[in-house]
Design a protein around this ligand. Structure first.
Ligand code: RUB
Length: 321
């Protein structure tokens, strides 16, 4: 896939899910770097920055995207020659992809320990990290069952039930608005994250917050599976995570909308679970309470807050979270 194809694929959601988006962006940058024939280091850096900006602009909410892009772009900071830069970038990109996949496996092992034999779990949207925990618990021989939601308007629940079915996990498929009706029959809600703020609030697919509220009321635990690069460093400095609003046609066909001139469709793609409604977050560094989110940002994201601040400012508002 070319850089432009990957950018389009992320924008149109052919490539979706925060972890997959991050890896696809890094792989696209790596392939783009390989295809360039720059004559000087500065020229290479400038073109790679242009490519990085193009990818970061595709979807605003999943912080995995700017975190991943910045992580690999750092390879170009401490090099003196063009060939060193090319080599360092390629190695950093390969490292990122391998460690992203490795993180999912570690999270699966940690998350599976928190799912007990006989548990029924509810999940929302299609999260590679959340499903890895569920499927690992099943693989370990625990008799678990899943309630999976439909996920209007893009129906990511279909991908989830396909994955659960392929793994042989007994699953009930429900419409989003049925979550409250079943949450009392559930032992654990487990979802992924597009971003986690410094104070432990979790941004995930629209509809996650009402499920967390219902679970809180029903005294059902809510856990989140998220790699450390889903934590949003600039939230430690007061920035908000921007919530993407997607085209109205995802909700209401254009021909129907055209007949309803007084109706406006709102289509936010994500919502926010307050930290107080999250019991644990499974990261590759271990299971943490949401109140420890800041420590993940400080100790495991690799950059100081000032460096993130500078990168955010350099990107002129494009990746500020
Ligand atoms: C996907 C979504 C997922 C998170 C985490 O939204 O909200 O729960 O991205 O997924 P969309 P993962 O379909 O709009 O990208 O654990 O796979 O990174």
């Amino acid at each position: 896939m070319t850089l432009e194809e990957t950018a389009r694929g992320i924008r149109t959601m052919e490539i979706r899910g925060a972890g997959r988006i991050a890896r696809a962006a890094v792989e696209a940058l790596d392939a783009h770097a390989n295809g360039l024939s720059p004559t000087a280091l500065d020229e290479f850096r400038a073109e790679m920055q242009r490519a990085a900006n193009l990818l970061v602009e595709t979807r605003p909410t999943a912080v995995s995207l700017p975190n991943a892009v910045r992580s690999v772009m750092r390879a170009l900071d401490d090099v003196d020659t063009l060939s060193e830069a090319r080599q360092a970038f390629h190695e950093r990109a390969r490292w990122f992809v391998a460690s992203s996949l490795g993180a999912v496996s570690k999270i699966a092992a940690i998350g599976a320990r928190h799912i007990r034999d006989g548990d029924t779990v509810m999940t929302h949207c299609n999260s590679e990290a959340a499903l890895a925990c569920i499927i690992e618990a099943h693989r370990q021989g625990k008799a678990i069952e899943v309630f999976a939601t439909e996920v209007r308007p893009r129906n990511q629940g279909l991908i989830t039930i396909q994955m659960l079915n392929d793994a042989g996990v007994p699953t009930s498929y429900i419409v989003d608005s049925a979550a409250r009706s079943f949450v009392n029959q559930v032992d654990l809600v487990i979802v992924g994250a597009d971003a986690i703020t410094a104070n432990g609030a979790v941004v995930n697919k629209i509809g996650t917050a009402p499920i967390a509220l219902a679970a809180h009321e029903a005294r059902t635990n809510v856990v989140v599976a998220a790699e450390t690069y889903k934590f949003a460093p600039l939230t430690a400095l007061g920035d908000f995570v921007p919530i993407e609003e997607r085209p109205s046609s995802e909700v209401l066909p254009d021909e129907i909308a055209a007949r309803l001139p007084h109706v406006r469709v709102r289509n936010p793609a994500f919502d926010v679970i307050p930290a107080g409604y999250v019991d644990l977050i499974f990261t590759e560094q271990g299971a943490i309470p949401p109140s420890m989110a800041w420590l993940i940002i400080r100790d495991h994201l690799g950059w100081s807050i000032d460096e993130y601040r500078r990168a955010g400012e350099d990107e002129a508002g494009r990746g500020r979270r």
